[in-house]
Ligand binder design. Structure first.
Ligand code: ADP
Length: 332
């Protein structure tokens, strides 16, 4: 029997969510499934706000940033009554499979829903933070790295011109994936990550030592420090103040902010989005449920939703060692 599938995008938006929706639409159409898109994340499920999706909706979608279904945070979805209402609405629309494109919070929401709805639930990892366990990368991560790197390159031009110290804050929520990758790719001089954070005084001493060593070798020079968001106690301005006093230099803080969420997805995100979407739709009607489709070593894998929000996904060891070696040995 032809299946009825629904898809939604939830939580922090990420470039490539549209490419993922496109992959879902096209594979559903190939298989003869009826597809609906719930709008505004879990809010759409609660308000029964949905649109039918057809291949005519996919024109230029692959390269478009954002999400045509819109995303949202829906705090009330944590309540039991909300999950019961969502289940009722899904049954009313006779949905067999719900596909959730989002981050670990969205997958917590999907798990919550699964206690009240016995349809099939499949997750697809969409977040710039790459902080989801069970997948090497998430949709939007590669684009966000490129966006951060192109901004840091520009900061470097002005930093060099004035021989200043710049702090550049990149997103990542509580994980350092984006900051680490952006730091390596932009040849930053230092990176501050939650995974490497020790104490304020120890880290300040280390940064000042690096700046001092470089000054001895080259005189007054620029120095770029990439800082993961939420890591420095008191925020970036506090770090800038402390460093201004300790390093006796002009320090400028730059918070990249939401630009990192926007833009046309790079090809890696488009490929990831389409591949995972295609794999997910091929699971429709199978007994597999409550899993996220991740990518490990270039192959799609099925990861229980409970695993996706296990904290402590490790940074890529080789990239971390590369950055640490640059930070600690370059001017030693
Ligand atoms: P992300 O999916 O990007 O991690 P959030 O953490 O904000 O983003 O989660 C997105 C949405 O998922 C929340 O606004 C809420 O609707 C839902 N959600 C998150 N955690 C839970 C939970 N424990 N129970 C039910 N719903 C949740």
């Amino acid at each position: 029997m032809s299946k009825r599938v629904a898809v939604l995008t939830s939580g922090g938006d990420a470039p490539g969510m549209n490419a993922c929706i496109r992959g879902v639409i096209l594979t559903c159409e190939q298989r003869g499934y009826t597809l609906f898109g719930y709008k505004h994340g879990y809010n759409g499920l609660l308000q029964q706000e949905y649109i039918p999706l057809y291949s005519s909706n996919t024109h230029n979608l692959n390269q478009q940033g954002g999400t045509i279904l819109h995303s949202a945070r829906c705090l009330e979805f944590k309540e039991t009554e909300s999950a019961i209402l969502a289940a009722k609405n899904l049954k009313a629309l006779e949905i067999d499979t719900l596909i959730v494109i989002g981050g670990d919070g969205s997958f917590r929401g999907a798990t919550h829903l699964s206690h009240y709805w016995n349809g099939q639930i499949l997750g697809l990892p969409g977040t710039i933070d790459n902080d989801i366990s069970g997948t090497d990368a998430t949709i939007g991560y590669y684009t966000a790295i490129d966006t951060a790197v192109s901004s840091i390159d520009k900061v470097r031009d002005t930093a060099d011109a004035f021989e200043r110290i710049f702090l550049v804050e990149v997103m990542g929520r509580h994980a350092g994936f984006l900051a680490l990758s952006a730091a390596v790719a932009s040849a930053a001089d230092y990176v501050i990550l939650p995974e490497l954070f020790t104490t304020e005084s120890e880290m300040l001493a280390n940064i000042c030592h690096q700046i001092e060593q470089r000054r001895k070798l080259k005189g007054t020079v620029s120095f770029i420090i990439v800082v993961a968001e939420n890591v420095w106690p008191g925020g970036l301005n506090k770090l800038a103040d402390s460093l201004t006093k300790r390093a006796n230099a002009e320090v400028r803080p730059v918070i990249l902010g939401h630009v990192q969420r926007g833009g046309s997805p790079v090809s890696q995100d488009r490929i990831l989005a389409n591949t995972l979407a295609h794999y997910a739709v091929n699971l429709v009607g199978e007994p597999t449920t409550n899993v996220m489709i991740g990518m490990v070593n270039g192959n799609p894998v099925e990861v229980p939703l409970s695993v996706t929000h296990t904290p402590g996904k490790p940074l890529l060891k080789s990239t971390l060692e590369c950055m640490q070696s640059i930070m600690n040995k370059r001017y030693a």
